[in-house]
Write a protein that binds this ligand. Structure first.
Ligand code: PLP
Length: 500
C-alpha cells in the first residue's frame, strides 16, 4: 500500500477551500480507508442511478480523487435544497452545516432571488464590464460601497473569490508601480491560509500541499504564523503574533513588500480568530511601511461573522477587501474587490488604467441576484439573526466539550471549528495515520450517513468545521447537535478501542 502523505489521502474531504467533509467515503486513494468506509452504509443506497455512471465518466469534480468512485462508492448527487436542508438523488435529507461551501448564506430554495436573475435576463442577459457599464453592476457597486467599511467605495467585480484575490494581487503591484515603488511586489500571508488556487493566489495560499504540485508560481509569497491560539508557536504570545508581520517585512526589506493579505477569521486550520488588538496592530505595521492591507473576506463577509464585512466585526480598516460567495448567497457566481479612492487615484491619471479583467465579471444576472440577495438580508434581518443566535450556536458547540475528543471550540459568527484531540490535558493531536483513520475511516462517512454535511479537515490539526446558513437558529443547532454528539462519542469510543 502506498504511504500517501496526509494531504492526498484526505483530499476529497478537506483540501482546498472546503471540500465536503461529510461527503461519503469514496474517492479515497487508500484501500484501507475505502474498506473502512464501507462499514458505514449510506442512509439509503438503492441501485446506482444513470447519473452516477455519467458523473464518473464525464464530470471531473474539483479536489476529488475521481479514481476512488466506482459501483460501490457513490458520488453524492445533491438534487434539491430548501432552507437549511438539501436532498440527494435517493431522497435522503441532509442538514447543510457548511452552507454548501460557506456560501448559501440565506439558505436554499429562494426562488425569488433566482427570479431576480431571470427578470434581469429579459432586459439584458449579458453585457460586459470591459469599457461598458449596465444598471445592475452600477447599482450593486453603489450598494456594496455603501455597506463597505470606511472609505472603501470602488468595486471591481470578478466571477468568484480566487479571481478577486488575483485581482487584488495585481492591483497592489500596479498601484506601487504607478506610485514610484516598482519593487514593492511581495505579499505577506499566513501559514495554512487558503486564498484560492490560481497561480497568483497560490503565492498567498499557505498550504504546502496545494502549492507543491504547481510550483513554480508567482514569486514573492511570504508566510508568517497564523493566529492559532490553541497551539501558539514557541516564542509567540497572542499579543506578539502581529509582530511576526513586522519582522517579516523588515527581513524582506520594506521596499519590496506590496501587501499583507489575511482573512478576518482564518478558515484553513479551523477558524482561527484574531487576538484582541491584532488587526489594529497589523494596520499600524502596514502604515509604517507603506504596505497595503488586503482583508480576504471571501468567506467572512455577507453576515458570516454577523456583519456585512468581517473587518467591521474586528474594527479595522483594510485598503482592499476581496469578497465572493455570500454576495449572491451562491445563487449566481460573483466576486468583488473593493478599494478606496486613495488606491484608485493613480489609475485615474492620464492614460492609466488597471490592465486587468474577466469577461463574465459583473455579469448582469449575477449582479441582479446579488441585489436581490442583499434585499433579503435587509428585509429579513439576516445579520440580526446571526447576532442574536451566535451565542446559542457557541453554547451548543461548547456543550460538546464534555466529550474527551473535543479539544477546542473556536470561531466567530456562524463560522466555527471543533478541534479533535487524543488527549485533552496535553492537547496531544492525532498523527497522520490516526487522523486518516479517524476522519476518513469514520467521521466523514458517519456524519454524512446520519444526515449532517459539515467538514472534517486536517490541513492543520484535525477539525470539524460548521458554517450553517445564516437563517439557522436554536432548532437547527439542536439538529446539528443530534448528529454531532453521538458521532463524536462514538469516535472517542473507537479511539479508546484502538489504543487497547
Ligand atoms: C479566503 C478565501 N479566499 C479565496 C478563496 C477562493 O474563492 P473561489 O473558490 O471562489 O475562487 C476562498 C475559497 O473558499 C477563500 O476561502
Amino acid at each position: 500500500m502506498l504511504a500517501w502523505p496526509k494531504w492526498r489521502v484526505l483530499a476529497v474531504h478537506s483540501v482546498g477551500c472546503g471540500l465536503l467533509s461529510a461527503a461519503p467515503y469514496a474517492a479515497l486513494e487508500n484501500t484501507t480507508h475505502i474498506m473502512a468506509a464501507t462499514d458505514v452504509p449510506p442512509q439509503q443506497s438503492p441501485q446506482q442511478s444513470p447519473l452516477q455512471a455519467q458523473a464518473r465518466d464525464h464530470l471531473w469534480m474539483h479536489f476529488s480523487r475521481m479514481g476512488g468512485y466506482d459501483e460501490q462508492h457513490e458520488i453524492p448527487v445533491i438534487v434539491r435544497g430548501e432552507g437549511c436542508h438539501v436532498w440527494d438523488e435517493h431522497g435522503n435529507k441532509y442538514f447543510d452545516g457548511l452552507s454548501s461551501l460557506f456560501c448559501v448564506n440565506i439558505g436554499h430554495g429562494r426562488a425569488d432571488v433566482a427570479q431576480a436573475g431571470a427578470d434581469q435576463a429579459k432586459d439584458l442577459g449579458f453585457f460586459t464590464n470591459w469599457s461598458y457599464a449596465h444598471p445592475p453592476a452600477i447599482e450593486l457597486a453603489a450598494r456594496v460601497a455603501d455597506l463597505a467599511p470606511g472609505d472603501l467605495n470602488r468595486v471591481f467585480f470578478t466571477s468568484g473569490g480566487g479571481e478577486a484575490v488575483e485581482s487584488a494581487i495585481k492591483l497592489v503591484r500596479q498601484y506601487h508601480k504607478l506610485t514610484g515603488n516598482p519593487n514593492k511586489t511581495k505579499l505577506i500571508a499566513r501559514e495554512v491560509a487558503y486564498h484560492g488556487t490560481t497561480l497568483g493566489a497560490l503565492a498567498a495560499t499557505g498550504i504546502t500541499a496545494l502549492r507543491q504540485p504547481f510550483e513554480p508560481f508567482t514569486p514573492g509569497g511570504c508566510h508568517v504564523p497564523n493566529t492559532n491560539q490553541y497551539r501558539l508557536k514557541p516564542g509567540y504570545g497572542a499579543e506578539t503574533l502581529a509582530e511576526s508581520i513586522r519582522e517579516r517585512i523588515l527581513f524582506e526589506g520594506p521596499e519590496t513588500v506590496a501587501a499583507v493579505i489575511m482573512e478576518p477569521v482564518q478558515n484553513a486550520g479551523g477558524c482561527f480568530t484574531p487576538p484582541d488588538g491584532y488587526w489594529q496592530r497589523v494596520r499600524e505595521i502596514c502604515d509604517e511601511f507603506d504596505v497595503l492591507l488586503i482583508s480576504d473576506e471571501v468567506i467572512c463577509s455577507w453576515g458570516r461573522l454577523g456583519e456585512w464585512f468581517g473587518a467591521q466585526r474586528y474594527g479595522y480598516q483594510p485598503d482592499i477587501i476581496t469578497t465572493a460567495k455570500g454576495i449572491t448567497s451562491a445563487y449566481a457566481p460573483l466576486g468583488a474587490m473593493i478599494f478606496s479612492d486613495r488606491i484608485a487615484e493613480p489609475f485615474l491619471e492620464g492614460h492609466n488604467s488597471f490592465t486587468h479583467g474577466f469577461t463574465f465579471a459583473g455579469h448582469p444576472i449575477a449582479c441582479a441576484v446579488a441585489l436581490a440577495n442583499i434585499d433579503v438580508f435587509e428585509q429579513e434581518g439576516i445579520l440580526d439573526n446571526v447576532r442574536t443566535h451566535e451565542a446559542d450556536f457557541v453554547a451548543m458547540l461548547d456543550s460538546l466539550r464534555d466529550i474527551p475528543i473535543v479539544g477546542d471550540v473556536r470561531g466567530a459568527g456562524y463560522f466555527h471549528a471543533i478541534e479533535l484531540v487524543k488527549d485533552r490535558e496535553t492537547k496531544e493531536s492525532f498523527d497522520d495515520e490516526e487522523s486518516e483513520w479517524l476522519l476518513r475511516g469514520f467521521l466523514s462517512g458517519e456524519l454524512f450517513r446520519r444526515g449532517l454535511i459539515c467538514r472534517s479537515d486536517d490541513r492543520g490539526d484535525p477539525v470539524i468545521q460548521l458554517s450553517p446558513p445564516l437563517i439557522a437558529g436554536p432548532a437547527e443547532f439542536e439538529e446539528i447537535e443530534s448528529v454531532l454528539r453521538p458521532t463524536l462519542e462514538e469516535a472517542w469510543t473507537r479511539v479508546q478501542q484502538r489504543r487497547r
